[in-house]
Design a protein around this ligand. Sequence first.
Ligand SMILES: [Zn+2]
Length: 229
Amino acid sequence: MNQFLYDKRYNCLACNEEFTTKKVRSNKARVVRQDSDLCAYFEPINPYYYEINVCPYCGWAFSDSFTPFSPAQKQTVYDTYSRYILKGPPQLCDVRGEQEAIYAFKLALGAGYIKREQLKYLAGICMRIAWLHRQGNRPDKEKEFLVAACRFFTVAYETQLDDDDTAYFLHMLAETNLRLGRIPQARRWFSQLFSPRAMLIIVLLKQLEKLGLLTGSSKRDRRLNNDCS
Ligand SMILES: [Zn+2]
């Protein structure tokens, strides 16, 4: 297992302590197939398991998309979060199994929700949990988190939309609704996805990327969308 993993150093966004946590070496995880909602199946190791960092000192869980605390919010946010970890900070920095990975995502979902991280990242975390349940053949649990993801995507689309994200949001809204059996809603989102305006944005973004004119932050945001999605 260790040949697939390496130690990455972080400073906790909540308590500032330094710690190391396992990550999957980028050239070691191979995508063998992908579902239409971007759920990827990896061999021989699943990088989803290691996306969330959980501080071993205070238990704060965060993805690489989370933002630092402001001094004003630190105590109140952490006080609320500490209810999730009554048994003390979980130790999730070593090799993880599926249940530990799901637990880490759930902690990050709670942390991100309390701290008001961007809804698209919360939606992404819900999708990850849904995918892990799908891969573990637990359809009821998968559905529970698809419902949550769909709700976050909907609000994010209505309130936080950048043009960069348009196609991604429309795709995920269409896909999650379809998988939840909400056919009229899925049809509506798919029709918007293939609207002339959305198609124009996709073409323009591809052109800008090809020409190297897409800014670093835009590229990063789009990558994070795919990650967190
Ligand atoms: Zn910490």
